[in-house]
Design a protein around this ligand. Structure first.
Ligand SMILES: [Zn+2]
Length: 53
């Protein structure tokens, strides 16, 4: 229903925490950051953790 909770490498999804869909490593991005490839496995698909304060 809500595809805004996903991001791919090269996008700027905004501030928040994103976890690799492959190995579950989490990244923290700021508003100006582009989503990098996963530093652990190189995956390009991430899921946003919806409640991050
Ligand atoms: Zn990974």
């Amino acid at each position: 229903m809500d595809n805004d909770n996903y991001c791919n490498t090269g996008e700027m999804p905004g501030k928040g925490r994103y976890c690799c869909n492959n190995c579950k490593v989490c990244l923290e991005l700021d508003n100006i950051d582009k989503c990098p490839p996963c530093p652990n496995c190189g995956n390009t698909d991430f899921q946003k953790i919806p409640k991050y304060f």
